[in-house]
Design a protein. Structure first.
Length: 292
């Protein structure tokens, strides 16, 4: 299928009202759960290793709830291509935006760190929900198809975000001013084995982690805050902001990264189904693929 035809199909569905899209999501949930068993082995393995104290019945309940949220996430991602600012403002509310805007008033740059939890697409609306910064930078993984990638950029940047391809993160951020910048990081991806430099204990398992958020914050002396984007009801989310540190250069090596994963584990345990369990997060293990 040609990329332009695929994009036309995406826009066709994206323009549908939410109540129809969520009926499609219900069908999608049934198919991935009971027909194809979408990544059931990966999800259950991740859940068993993370929560050895839970029964198979409990873990299967989490898997099914994850599938419901994942189906909604795909539909909500699709809707981002045509969603209006007014509509997005209703669907993502920041509980305490002053925890970020106060740093903008002081001329500081802020790095907002989040995981694949809740909804990680709606925060594209942060520029109009958290005003005051000179530029809003979001790190993203480009789509391989150039035409579709340009359309993704167009849809995500329409609210004021500047998207930075992951491989150019260091080069671009280092050249930016040390003040007035907002950065959005998703920090819980699994690093490629060639880039693993540090690991820690996370969700009952040895876990190799990215150090980019910590390294960039220290280089720019940026304030680090976390954002828990949690679901209020279907299609509606709120974000709770918490300060991690306003003095990154004074933190011991790896301390920021440790704190980020402690925070992430705490929110995952509150509502496990909202995290991205289908990701092969633990494919590299200690001593098998790299040396510490």
């Amino acid at each position: 299928m040609g990329s332009k035809i695929l994009y036309a199909i995406i826009i066709f569905f994206s323009k549908m009202p939410f109540f129809i899209l969520y009926r499609i999501s219900d069908i999608l949930y049934f198919v991935i759960t009971y027909v194809i068993g979408y990544r059931k082995g990966v999800i259950m393995k991740n859940l068993r290793n993370s929560f050895p104290e839970k029964s198979e019945k409990e873990l299967n309940r989490i898997r099914k709830n994850f599938n419901k949220n994942f189906s909604d996430q795909m539909i909500e991602t699709l809707k981002m291509f045509t969603i209006s600012k007014k509509e997005l403002e209703k669907r993502l509310i920041i509980d305490n935006p002053e925890e970020i805007t106060k740093w903008a008033k002081r001329g500081r740059s802020v790095m907002l760190a989040a995981g694949h939890y809740g909804n990680w697409e709606y925060p594209a609306g942060f520029p109009f929900t958290i005003p005051g910064f000179d530029q809003y930078n979001v790190i993203y993984a480009p789509v391989r198809n150039k035409f579709l990638n340009s359309k993704v950029l167009e849809s995500r940047e329409k609210f004021g975000c500047h998207l930075i391809p992951m491989k150019f993160t260091v080069r671009e951020i280092i050249t930016q001013p040390n003040h007035g910048q907002f950065y959005g990081f998703i920090f819980d991806q699994s690093p490629h084995k060639s880039k693993v430099k540090y690991d820690l204990h996370f969700l009952n398992q040895n876990t190799p982690v990215h150090l980019g958020t910590e390294q960039m914050a220290k280089a720019k002396n940026a304030v680090i805050v976390t954002a828990e984007v949690y679901k209020v009801k279907r299609g509606f989310y709120r974000a709770k902001v918490e300060l991690l540190t306003d003095s990154p250069k004074e933190q011991p090596e790896y301390e920021i990264t440790k704190k980020l994963f402690v925070w992430l584990e705490e929110i995952i345990k509150k509502e496990p189904a909202l995290w991205l369990w289908s990701h092969r997060r633990w494919k590299y293990k200690r001593g098998k693929h790299y040396n510490l």
